[in-house]
Design a protein around this ligand. Structure first.
Ligand SMILES: [Ca+2]
Length: 128
């Protein structure tokens, strides 16, 4: 269990740093619809994979496997990204806007393993 949890914590810190760095760019608001969560194939919100509202009652919301490289969260929920390879592991947590990290201009090679997303109330948060 320790061998699994340590890399997840490390990746979460890296994602937060990336999201914070991108929050001040001219493209910070991105193209994502009001109230929607959006995932993109490429960095900087290029190559839309999904653009839709997500609610915690929706369960798993599939995207093309191993393709997500940037995301925008305009929902009021934490959006959680899962890598389903071998076993389900939440590898990305995206807070609702306007919190720092709600827009990730690039997730990077460590994160483009996401196969689906789910939403959680902020008080509960993503699985770790
Ligand atoms: Ca995967």
């Amino acid at each position: 269990m320790r061998r699994i949890l340590l890399p997840v914590a490390t990746l979460a810190v890296a994602a937060g740093a990336i999201g914070f760095a991108g929050a001040g760019t001219a493209n910070a608001s991105g193209p994502c619809g009001a109230g929607h969560f959006c995932a993109y194939r490429a960095n900087d919100y290029v190559g839309e994979l999904i653009d839709r509202p997500i609610h915690p009652s929706d369960g798993d919301v599939n995207v093309l496997d191993n393709a997500t490289n940037s995301v925008i969260n305009h929902t009021p929920y934490d959006i959680c990204g899962v890598d389903g390879a071998g076993f389900d592991q939440t590898i990305l947590s995206v807070p609702p806007a306007p919190a720092s990290g709600s827009h990730r201009t690039q997730i990077g090679s460590l994160f483009n393993k996401i196969d689906w997303f789910y939403a959680r109330d902020v008080a509960r948060g993503c699985d770790t």
